[in-house]
Each structure stands twice: as structure tokens, then as C-alpha cells.
Design a protein around this ligand. Structure first.
Ligand code: AMP
Length: 287
């Protein structure tokens, strides 16, 4: 496995591969890898000749009061995990390499970032779209793989690629969960055992709302009530938002669900923010 830290070196490496006709798959991450990340990498491995993973804790997507400095990092552990799935190249730039002095260019999507996490994390998606555009320009991938755990992020990237005519195929992969249903996340390492148990309320809400939906309930209010009721039962959980949203444009659905609908939730447990989602009307395994 090759580790590349310099933008120009990464570009030259990928240019050579492209000249050779090799297909490049790319998985952007912030490291502290878990099975969710590895499932994305396995998909990339299947679809391409060369698999590039980036590990970069992107400062521009963290708010001033967020966890940039304490975000978990362990490159040695990550390298061992990436070895098990056959990653070819790790792009591992420093913050100064990505944002040199005088940096001032940002990609911003106006509409899709207004809702859900965008409403509670101002500028978060501006940082996400900017860093992904930059990483695409460094890695020059044919396809890039994202998790549906960060469903809004996936929609932002799909839209950015379309709007800016970027020649990158975007693939969305299902949420990887622990055996008890908790969505895997690097931030789960912040939770003590009681908080971790409390975090399960998100999965319980997904199960409860999917059950209602499968039994024919289509009223948005009734679906929301079920999710909110389950989460409010958990003392340690403080709701940031619980929404039934349009699965493409992420706006609130009003009245009844006609086709598919996204249940999107964000809660705080102690100082840890957890998110989870599912798309009602799609198979659970695909969500
Ligand atoms: P992160 O390192 O948290 O920025 O995540 C890097 C990529 O892994 C993003 O595309 C995430 O959506 C994806 N990811 C994170 N957690 C999961 C999960 N539990 N299941 C599937 N994909 C995930």
C-alpha cells in the first residue's frame, strides 16, 4: 500500500494510471475506520482496477464549537484495516497541503443544504462539497463511493457532480450497523456504555416507523409521532431533528406519503451527535 501526502504526487500517480487505462475507485474518509468504511472499500475494490482511500479530517466541515480537535485518529490501525481489503493507495494530506495560506475558494449548494443537518450545522456542507471537489481533483477517480449513513452528504455530492459536470460516478452504499442495530460511526467511540445503549433509540425508531409504514400507515404526522415517541422514551437523548423528508430534495413531506419517504434523525447524547436514517418504501437491506 502506497501512502501519498502531496497533492501533486497524487495527481501524477492517478494521471499515469489513467494513461494506462486503469479504472480508479475512490473512498473519501476522515479515518478511524470501521466496518462501514470497509464496506465502501470492498465495493470499490470490486468495481475498479485501483482503489484509493483518502484519510483527511477536514477542518472546513467542522463548526467552531464542534469536535475537530478531539476527532479520533489512528493511522496505524487504519492501515492494518485497509490492508485487509486490498487498498492500493492512501491519500493522506495535511491541512496545510489542502488549504495553503491564502485559500479562499468554496463550493456551495444553495438548496439541498438548507434542510436536516444543514439547518443545524451552518457551513458544514460547504466544507464537505469543497473538500470532495478538491479530493476529486487530486485523486482523479472514475467513481467515488459514499455511505448512506450520511444520506444528505450523498445527495449533496450527487448534485455537485451533476451541477459542475464532474466526470465522476457516485455510488451510495447501505448503512453498516452493529449487531444490535446501532449505525457504525467513528463518533461512537465517544460514547460510554450507558450512552451507547441510549443511542439505540435511533435504530428502534427506524424499526418502529418501518413497521407502521409496512402496515399501511401513510400519514406523515403518525409516522413522525412514532419516531419521536420512541426517542423521547430514552432519557439521555435530546432531539436535534426528526423529519419525514422527500428522499431526493430533502424537503419536509406534508400530509401523506405517496411513494417513498426518508425518515431522518439527529440526536445529541451527552456531547455526542448521532444521526441515522432510512428510506420508507425501500428494502431495509438497501438503506
Ligand atoms: P467519515 O469518515 O465519517 O467521513 O465517513 C466516510 C464515508 O464512510 C462516508 O461516505 C460515510 O457516509 C461512510 N460511512 C460512515 N459510517 C458508515 C456506516 N455505518 N455505513 C456505511 N457507510 C458509512
Amino acid at each position: 500500500m502506497e501512502i501519498i501526502e502531496i497533492v501533486k504526487d497524487m495527481q501524477a500517480y492517478s494521471q499515469d494510471l489513467r494513461v494506462e487505462g486503469k479504472v480508479i475507485a475512490f473512498v473519501p474518509t476522515m479515518g478511524y475506520l470501521h466496518e462501514g468504511h470497509l464496506s465502501l472499500m470492498r465495493e470499490g475494490r470490486k468495481r475498479a482496477d485501483v482503489l484509493v482511500v483518502s484519510i483527511f479530517v477536514n477542518p472546513t466541515q467542522f463548526g467552531p464549537k464542534e469536535d475537530l480537535n478531539k476527532y479520533p485518529r489512528d493511522l496505524d490501525r487504519d492501515i492494518k484495516l485497509m490492508d485487509t481489503v486490498g487498498v492500493d493507495v492512501v491519500f493522506y494530506p495535511s491541512a496545510e497541503e489542502m488549504y495553503p495560506v491564502g485559500y479562499e475558494t468554496f463550493v456551495n449548494l444553495d438548496e439541498v443544504t438548507k434542510y436536516l443537518c444543514g439547518a443545524s450545522r451552518p457551513n458544514h456542507f460547504r466544507g464537505v462539497s469543497t473538500v470532495c471537489a478538491k479530493l476529486f481533483n487530486c485523486v482523479l477517480p472514475h467513481l467515488a463511493i459514499f455511505g448512506r449513513k450520511d444520506y444528505q452528504q450523498l445527495k449533496v455530492i450527487e448534485k455537485m457532480v451533476r451541477d459542475l459536470n464532474m466526470d465522476v460516478g457516485i455510488i451510495g452504499m447501505p448503512i453498516a450497523r452493529e449487531s444490535d442495530g446501532l449505525a457504525m460511526s467513528s463518533r461512537n467511540s465517544y460514547l460510554d456504555s450507558g450512552e451507547r445503549r441510549a443511542g439505540l433509540c435511533l435504530y428502534k425508531a427506524i424499526v418502529g416507523v418501518r413497521e407502521l409504514f409496512d402496515n399501511g400507515e401513510r400519514r406523515v404526522g403518525a409516522l413522525l409521532d412514532r419516531a419521536v415517541g420512541i426517542i423521547m422514551n430514552e432519557e439521555l437523548a435530546r432531539i436535534d431533528y426528526v423529519k419525514i423528508a422527500h428522499p431526493e430534495n430533502l424537503t419536509d413531506l406534508i400530509g401523506v406519503v405517496w411513494d417513498k419517504a426518508m425518515l431522518a434523525m439527529a440526536i445529541n447524547i451527552g456531547n455526542t451527535r448521532l444521526i441515522d436514517n432510512t428510506v420508507l418504501g425501500e428494502d431495509f437491506e438497501k438503506c
